[in-house]
Design a protein around this ligand. Structure first.
Ligand SMILES: [Fe+2]
Length: 305
């Protein structure tokens, strides 16, 4: 089993790209053994939704919450999404934003334009795929495996107790809030939420959503499927490498929030914060992340509903 110290990985490519060069895994073609539906819903043993929601709300009061960074205004100020925000559960101690932002804010969109070490490149002016490649660098928002350290918020209260049970390393994970009463980025009606996008393949990042506070107004939409409301207190996953979006289906007249834990897991490489080492685990190239999840090898106590 390979073991690699993060600081020994040379170059400017994101950590996951460097690991993939040593032992290819991101584009693995393995199929799960289980015949899983397009959207998997799990109950969680001993999950006290209200206690965890309260500790998340307490953590946001104590550490703060930040709207997602989506661009620049004409005067060079960072533009944020009023309909979408939250707080980080993981961070990267070497993030290009350094001390200019709170470590809990790193997961909320791109780094600052002009951050040092990036040749002055502005992350908000990506015009082509090759430019996008240029921005996919170590210690930026695109360095998913760089954000593998637990934030203080992630260790607090009942939330911390729950996250401590996880068996795999969390990468770029956050509490994500949609504010249904705010102007957002989705569709012509400017609904609050996240526009159509794809995330990483399963092997690179298994993404789990756990709604803690919601309302039937909020939906997940996967390409080719009808919009679907995700219920509080359950864990959901799907192939987030396929097109999907999450949004409020109408603007609310009164303040209304959807609070989800949006967790990402590195299923085949485990990170040790003490030693700074990435280690291949026993599942590498052997067991599909969805099968691992169903067997309790990512979050213990999940039961498929
Ligand atoms: Fe997504």
């Amino acid at each position: 089993m390979l073991k690699i110290k993060a600081t020994s990985i040379l170059g400017t490519a994101p950590i996951v790209a460097a690991l993939d060069r040593v032992a290819p895994f991101r584009q693995n073609k393995m199929q799960p053994v289980g015949n899983w539906p397009p959207l998997l819903k799990f109950s969680i043993d001993n999950f006290d939704n209200n206690a965890i929601l309260k500790s998340v709300q307490d953590a946001m009061l104590q550490y703060g919450q930040w709207n997602y960074r989506i661009g620049e205004t004409e005067t060079g100020q960072i533009k944020t999404d009023s309909g979408y925000g939250g707080i980080g559960l993981t961070y990267n101690p070497n993030h290009v934003d350094g001390d200019a932002i709170d470590l809990h804010q790193q997961v909320q969109g791109n780094h600052r334009p002009g951050a040092t070490g990036l040749d002055g490149k502005n992350p908000f002016t990506i015009l082509s795929a090759s430019e996008s490649q240029t921005h996919a660098r170590r210690n930026t928002h695109y360095d998913t495996y760089g954000m593998c350290y637990r934030t203080p918020a992630s260790k607090s209260g009942e939330l911390g107790t729950f996250l401590n049970t996880f068996k795999r390393t969390m990468v770029r994970s956050a509490v994500r809030v949609i504010y249904a009463d705010q102007i957002g980025q989705v569709g012509d009606d400017q609904l609050a939420g996240v526009r159509w996008h794809r995330d990483e393949p399963f092997f690179e990042n298994l993404r789990i959503n756990i709604p803690l506070l919601t309302n039937p107004l909020f939906v997940l939409e996967q390409e080719g499927h009808a919009p679907y409301h995700l219920e509080a207190g359950y864990a959901y996953t799907w192939d987030t490498n396929t097109l999907h979006r999450a949004y409020a289906t109408a603007r609310s007249e009164v303040p209304m929030q959807r609070i989800h834990l949006m967790l990402g897991f590195s299923c085949w490489w485990d990170f040790d914060e003490q030693t700074g080492e990435w280690s291949q685990n026993e599942f590498f190239n052997k067991k599909h992340p969805l099968d691992m999840l169903a067997d309790g090898e990512v979050i213990p106590g999940l039961q498929l509903t």
